[in-house]
Design a protein around this ligand. Structure first.
Ligand code: SF4
Length: 436
């Protein structure tokens, strides 16, 4: 069971989605506790403290289960870790599913990973923010069940400097007057553009993502064009696009008259459904074949398979897919547009998009958009299985199931992205095919 943030020396303010005010770990009532099936990183300070513990049986459990890494760099930076087996709970949990470390020593003795999860602390270069990883079922439920859950507000946090959380950080634009990269220079503005597109009432999450994709493709092309022009002219260092060029692109995409036609423009893009079906199914099946997946994800995939009649001829599966999408999922999402919007807004905040520079803009965006495409694909499968009984609980389950496999399995997204790359689908031009 997780505790609220600890008593601390001072209060700090963070910008957080509204659902964070209500979030509390539900502990042993959790449908899929976070204390299982992944490696829990232990920082050096916490590891050294565990070495001094003499209280049994805790001391023996710590000796047995906390392993120091000879080379932290080879262990994703973790100084030590508690290794958990797939689908088995954390060995530090007692018979009541309560953490022995926390019970014996207090919450102060938890590692940063255990203490922070599912909270994600971000800094967008201007200020501190907080959201949650939606791989936590309770956070996903709160973030998706209320249309206003992603409205932003100030949240007062208790802050203990000794337990400073890991921060997902974007470079500070105020100290980057000499920043040569256009996207890094204006990252907060570009982030607010994407946020605003997703909040437009007349665009669905999928339409906003595709429209955003067209916009980011133009912004990325500014960098490529500047580099080419410069190389041609001087044969030396590449040039950088100017503010005026960026302003022109933003103006073109964000003018009220263009925005009012955005849904029609996006819906006019060709969407070969067979390609969508094959790309997303192929990527998922390859991951399952090569890496398995957690029990909850395998259960989700089983239901998707049943819903889509996988195993029958492709034409049968495809017809079933298209019928479930048009008859069940689309009408449902039209009535509950906030579901995919809230997931996406949360993912953008957690990733601090755009975090890197012009050259990485497309890949960063595709990583987010492909997650939404996968979730939507599984939703079609669940919609096919449930029919009219399909509901918000199915969306919550698909979201935390996918988020948990992506965020807790470092091989999931690279595997999916590689599969899409091999099929030439990892380009902003094909976003419509994946999402609409
Ligand atoms: S997944 Fe969320 S609700 Fe469940 S035990 Fe972990 S923090 Fe608590």
């Amino acid at each position: 069971m997780k505790t609220p943030l600890k008593p601390s020396a001072r209060q700090i303010q963070a910008l957080a989605p509204r659902y964070m005010q209500a979030f509390r770990c539900v502990g042993s009532d959790c449908v899929e506790t976070c204390c299982g099936s992944w490696n829990i990183a232990i920082d050096e300070r916490t590891y050294q403290r565990y070495q001094t513990i003499r209280i049994e049986p805790l001391a023996g459990m710590l000796r047995q289960h906390v392993q120091r890494h000879a080379d932290p760099a080879a262990s994703h930076g973790a100084f030590a870790s508690i290794s958990l087996k797939m689908d088995e709970p954390c060995p530090m949990l007692d018979a009541d599913q309560l953490c022995s470390i926390q019970k014996t020593l207090g919450a102060e003795a938890l590692s940063g990973t255990c203490n922070d999860y599912p909270r994600v602390f971000v800094h967008d270069g201007l200020r501190l923010g907080l959201c949650a990883s939606l791989s936590c079922p309770e956070a996903a439920r709160l973030a998706l069940s209320d249309a206003a859950a992603l409205d932003m507000s100030e949240l007062s946090l208790e802050f203990n400097p000794e337990l400073a959380p890991a921060l997902h950080r974007r470079r500070d634009p105020l100290s980057s007057a000499e920043e040569p990269d256009l996207v890094r220079r204006h990252a907060p503005v570009l982030a607010s553009v994407m946020d605003a597109l997703l909040r437009l009432e007349h665009l669905s999450a999928e339409q906003a993502l595709v429209y955003g994709g067209l916009l980011w493709r133009r912004v990325a092309a500014l960098g490529e064009a500047a580099g080419d022009a410069s190389r041609e002219a001087s044969g030396e260092a590449p040039g950088t696009p100017s503010e005026a060029q960026l302003e022109q692109v933003l103006d073109q995409f964000l003018r009220p008259d263009t925005l009012s036609r955005a849904a029609d423009l996006v819906q006019g893009l060709p969407v070969p459904k067979e390609a969508q079906f094959s790309l997303l199914l192929g990527a998922s099946q390859r991951f399952m074949r090569e890496h398995g997946g957690r029990a909850s994800f395998r259960a989700l995939m089983d239901e998707v398979s049943q819903g889509l009649l996988l195993g029958q001829p492709l034409a049968v599966c495809l017809a079933r897919y298209q019928e479930a999408e048009s008859q069940v999922l689309r009408p449902f999402l039209a009535q509950h547009p906030h579901l995919l919007k809230n997931y996406t807004l949360n993912a953008l905040q957690a990733a601090v998009f755009p975090r890197r520079g012009t050259a990485e803009l497309q890949a960063e965006y595709m990583d987010l958009a492909v997650r939404v495409a996968l979730i939507r694909f599984y939703l079609v499968g669940l919609a096919a299985l449930r029919g009219p009984a399909f509901g918000t609980d199915d969306v919550v389950r698909a979201v935390y199931g996918v988020a948990r496999n992506i965020e807790h399995n470092r091989r999931f997204m690279p595997g999916v992205m590689q599969q899409l790359q091999e099929q030439g689908a990892l380009r902003l031009e094909v976003l419509a095919t994946l999402l609409l």
